[in-house]
Design a protein around this ligand. Structure first.
Ligand code: ZN
Length: 240
């Protein structure tokens, strides 16, 4: 089975459309949350994911858009974007977001937004946190987002390695336990502005990471039009 894995799309329709156009034919699309927030296209993104039959989980920004998290937990730009999202998003979109779990197990993988032990908030940014996350999973391996940085943690005979994949990087899992982040489609933060995503091939037991250029200025214009915070607009140019 070949699966396209996307995370942190953040209501950026030009980025999602470019990724879907660049993706080879897949049997399924999985998404790892933060579908909305930051970007100007919440309803369109949800419609596109539903059309693609995507499975997956909700993130902290999705939960905030549903009114299920205290906005005090977010910085001022994120909060303003969530408030704007709440003011425009349709009931239909909210209903779909509400139906998403915080954790789901598919094909031997645990899917979460943050980390396996705290799917909503924890950032997997170090090997101790990754090790604790792998220990918290009942599946061999897992997929997560939230940091907006592509990375893979590989547990091999007790040793935990972290590798930062580049465009075209390929990893054969080879019976090891892995915790894998595809990076962010809609707001990359690794200094590279192109959309980041991955393909999981369960038959080949392999993962490949990909970067896709998209029309950054088009989404920036749409953000300015609805008066989303300028810092959120500018960071897309730099991937930071
Ligand atoms: Zn996010």
């Amino acid at each position: 089975m070949r699966i396209g894995v996307l995370s942190d799309i953040h209501a950026n329709l030009p980025a999602l459309e470019a990724v879907l156009a660049a993706m080879p034919s897949v049997d399924a699309i999985w998404q790892l949350g933060d579908i909305v927030g930051y970007g100007p296209h919440p309803d369109q993104i949800v419609a596109r994911l539903r059309e693609a039959g995507a499975s997956g989980v909700r993130g902290n920004h999705d939960a905030a858009a549903l009114g299920e998290l205290d906005l005090e937990a977010f910085n001022s730009d994120a909060r303003r974007a969530i408030e704007w999202t709440r003011s425009v998003v349709s009931e239909d979109t909210l209903g779909w977001l509400r139906s998403l779990p915080t954790r789901v197990e598919l094909e031997g993988f645990t899917l979460v937004h943050g980390s396996p032990r705290d799917p909503t908030w924890e950032y997997v940014t170090s090997t101790p946190v990754a090790r604790a996350g792998i220990a918290a999973m009942t599946t061999p391996s897992g997929l997560h987002g939230h940091t907006h940085v592509p990375i893979v943690f590989i547990l091999d005979d007790g040793r935990l390695d972290a590798i930062g994949p580049a465009d075209g990087s390929r990893l054969t899992i080879d019976g090891r336990r892995v915790l894998v982040n595809p990076g962010s489609v809609g707001q990359p933060r690794d200094g590279i502005p192109t959309a980041s995503w991955l393909i999981l091939d369960t038959d080949a037991d392999a993962i490949s990471w990909h970067r896709t250029a998209y029309d950054v200025e088009a989404v920036q214009r749409a953000m300015i039009e609805v008066e989303l915070p300028v810092r959120l607009v500018e960071r897309l140019s730099y991937g930071l």
